[in-house]
Design a protein around this ligand. Structure first.
Ligand code: ADP
Length: 256
């Protein structure tokens, strides 16, 4: 049996709590991520995907319920503890890359290690070794606005990996990439998952991207409506099943 890396128990998120605009975006979600999982989260716009990913990954705090990462209850940690826990255990990849424009790619990638006060030599070796794997070594001294979208996203991946996290959380990681760079990113994700044992949870709206994952979580109206494991399915069959689930959604929209 694989270890549980992350567990959400009865996770509820209410925005604008105690006001007349209170809105319950997640209704008591139970969810587990096992070591080595590669999970794609899908669902209609406004269904709660970003809320879900933010609340399982310490970016936001659930209104009630618990979130455990590596058996640690992160829902009750102080801001300071959460900051530290995040640097030590999680890697984030966002659609907008979130690189600092005033820093070179090298400095951006090195930042989590600098914050953790690692030695200059260690930082140098780690940044160069990751940059080599991601094929952006030649761009390390450039600023983000001098780089292509693909290079920026690969730098963001290096930064997410620099601390050796066991869990990567990604929100629409291919959202700003063309199809060639999206395909490249997915190959990198598969490699991280299969060869380096990194566990990945990512939000995407693209069935093709989901077909690279091992499991689909489909969210609707703040609830997990469907969970689909790839199991022995080929990528092609899994892709068809994912498309089916998504097109059921579109048909629903047509009827209403
Ligand atoms: P998705 O990522 O699936 O598009 P979100 O998680 O962004 O969905 O949003 C889920 C629901 O919560 C939506 O109805 C949205 O309007 C609402 N919501 C999201 N963020 C906030 C917020 N900060 N304040 C109030 N409502 C929010």
């Amino acid at each position: 049996m694989r270890d549980i890396i992350l567990e959400a128990v009865n996770m509820v998120k209410v925005y604008n709590e105690n006001t007349e605009n209170a809105f319950e975006a997640l209704h008591g979600i139970n969810f587990r991520v096992y070591d080595g999982d590669f999970i794609a989260v899908m669902g209609p716009s406004g269904s709660g995907k970003s809320t879900f990913i933010n609340n399982i990954s310490t970016i936001d705090r659930p209104t009630s319920g618990k979130v455990y990462i590596h058996n640690t209850d992160v829902s009750t940690m102080s801001e300071e503890e959460i900051g530290r826990f995040r640097y030590e255990n999680l890697g984030f990849i966002f659609q907008a890359f979130n690189l600092l424009d005033t820093h070179t790619l090298y400095e951006n990638i090195a930042m989590p290690l600098s914050l953790a006060r690692r030695s200059v030599d260690e930082i140098h070796d780690r940044v160069h070794s990751l940059a080599k794997t991601m094929n952006i070594e030649e761009a390390l001294q450039k600023y983000p606005n001098e780089c292509s979208g693909g290079q920026r996203q690969r730098a963001a991946i290096c930064r997410a990996l620099v601390n050796d996290p066991k869990l990567i959380v990604a929100d629409e990681p291919t959202g700003n990439l063309d199809s060639k760079n999206s395909a490249e990113l997915l190959k990198i994700f598969r490699k991280l998952n299969e060869e380096m044992g990194v566990t990945i949870v990512m939000v995407t709206h693209d069935p093709l991207i989901t077909s690279y994952a091992d499991k689909l979580i489909y969210i609707r109206d703040g609830r997990i409506e469907t969970e689909l494991e790839r199991g022995p399915m080929t990528q092609e069959t899994f892709f068809s099943a994912i498309t089916e689930i998504n097109s059921a959604e579109s048909k629903g929209l047509l009827k209403s």
